[in-house]
Design a protein around this ligand. Structure first.
Ligand code: CAA
Ligand code: NAD
Length: 284
C-alpha cells in the first residue's frame, strides 16, 4: 500500500516531531491532540523548530511554509479516518493507548496501518485491542525526532511482512535509519538506556556527587552528548518513570526498578524541561 496521508495522535515532544518530519518529507499529516490549547502548543513547537532551522541556514521560508501547509491539526480522532498510516504518540500508559486504538479501529478502513511510538509497551497487547493485529507495529522514533537518525521498528508475533515493509519504506523516506526489534519491553535501545538513566538517579540520590558532576562525568569522560540527569529532563521524568514501571512489571529485575526520587519528582510535577523543572531548573 502507498502511504500518502499520515495521522499522528498526540502533539507533545514526540508527536510534534513525527508530524514535522512527515510533513517536511512531503506527506499530508493530520495531527490530533486532546484539546485545542494543547494542539496550539504542539503546533507552536513545530513552528519554532522550523524558524530556528531557518536561522541556522538549514531551511528556507518557502520550505517552512510548504511544511506547515501539509499539516492539519484537529481535536477529533474521526478526522484521522482517511489516513493510510496512523502513528500514536500519547502518554506511556497501556490502558489509555488501548482505548485510543480501539476507537480508531472502528473509524479507519481495514487496510490502514497502526503504529505506536511506545518506548516499552507490548505491541501485541495494544494490537489485541483492534481487529487488525497483522497491520500493527511499533515505530519507535527518538527525541528530538527531526535530528535523531534512528527508528526502531518493532514487530509483534503477528505483524505481517507487508505491514513491516510498508512501514520500513515510509520511515526510510523520512531519511531515518531502521533497526528491527522483537516485541519485548524496551526493545533494543531502552533495554540498555533505561537502567543507565536509573543508575544516574541512584548515584545522585545516594550522594555520590552533585548532579552537575554526574552529568559532566558522562559527557566529558564518555563523550555522551548529555549526562544521564540532563537526558532524563530532556526525555521527561514522567515518561522515564512510566517506561521503568512497564519494564519492571515485565522483568521483575531490580535494574528496572524506579528509584524513589524519580517517583517523588513526578508526584511533585517535576517532569523535566517540558514542565520547566526536573533535575535542573529551566525557568518559564
Ligand atoms: N532545525 C534544523 N536543524 C537543527 C535545528 C533546527 N531547529 N536544531 C538543531 N539542528 C541541527 C544542527 O544544525 C546540527 O546539525 P549539524 O551537525 O548538521 O550542524 C544538529 O541538529 C545538532 O544541533 P546542535 O549541535 O546545535 O545541538 P546540540 O549539540 O546542542 O545537540 C542534541 C542537541 C542533538 C539534542 C544533543 O544534545 C543530543 O544528541 N542529546 C541526546 C539526545 C538523545 O539521547 N536522544 C534519545 C533520547 S531516548 C529516546 O528518545 C527513546 C525513548 O523511548 C525515551
Ligand atoms: P508528551 O507528554 O510530551 O506528549 C504526549 C501528548 O499526548 C500530550 O500532549 C497529550 O496531551 C497528548 N494526548 C494524551 N492523550 C491523548 C489523546 N487521547 N488524544 C490525543 N492526544 C493525546 O509525551 P512524549 O514524550 O511525546 O511521549 C509520547 C510517547 O512517545 C510515549 O509513548 C513515550 O514513551 C514515547 N517516546 C518518548 C520519547 C521521549 O524522549 N520523550 C522518545 C521516544 C518515545
Amino acid at each position: 500500500m502507498e502511504i500518502k496521508k499520515v495521522g499522528v495522535i498526540g502533539c507533545g515532544l514526540m508527536g510534534s516531531g513525527i508530524t514535522q518530519v512527515s510533513a517536511q518529507c512531503g506527506y499530508d499529516v493530520v495531527v490530533c491532540e486532546a484539546d485545542q490549547e494543547l494542539l496550539d502548543k504542539g503546533l507552536k513547537k513545530i513552528d519554532s523548530f522550523l524558524t530556528k532551522g531557518i536561522e541556522r541556514g538549514k531551511m528556507t521560508e518557502e520550505q517552512k511554509k510548504a511544511t506547515l501547509d501539509k499539516i492539519t491539526g484537529t481535536v477529533k480522532l474521526v478526522d484521522l479516518k482517511d489516513c493510510d498510516l496512523i502513528i500514536e504518540a500519547i502518554i506511556e500508559n497501556i490502558d489509555i493507548k488501548k482505548q485510543v486504538f480501539k476507537e480508531l479501529d472502528g473509524l479507519c478502513r481495514p487496510e490502514v496501518i497502526f503504529g505506536s511510538n511506545t518506548s516499552s509497551i507490548s505491541i501485541i497487547d495494544m494490537a489485541s485491542a483492534t481487529s487488525r493485529p497483522d497491520k500493527f507495529l511499533g515505530l519507535h522514533f527518538f527525541n528530538p525526532v527531526p535530528i535523531m537518525k534512528l527508528v526502531e521498528i518493532v514487530r509483534s508475533i503477528v505483524t505481517s511482512d507487508e505491514t513491516y515493509n510498508t512501514a520500513k519504506a515510509f520511515c526510510e523516506s523520512l531519511g531515518k535509519q531502521i533497526i528491527t526489534a522483537k516485541d519485548t519491553p524496551g526493545f533494543i535501545v531502552n533495554l540498555l538506556l533505561i537502567p543507565y538513566l536509573l543508575d544516574g538517579v541512584r548515584a545522585y540520590e545516594s550522594g555520590v556527587a552533585t548532579r552537575e558532576d554526574i552529568d559532566a562525568g558522562m559527557k566529558l569522560g564518555c563523550n555522551m552528548p548529555m549526562g544521564p540527569l540532563e537526558l532524563l529532563d530532556f526525555v521527561g521524568v514522567d515518561t522515564t518513570l512510566f517506561i521503568a514501571d512497564v519494564m519492571y512489571d515485565e522483568f521483575r529485575d531490580p535494574k528496572y526498578a524506579a528509584p524513589p526520587l524519580l517517583r517523588k519528582m513526578v508526584l511533585a510535577g517535576f517532569h523535566g524541561r517540558k514542565s520547566g523543572k526536573g533535575f535542573y531548573d529551566y525557568g518559564k
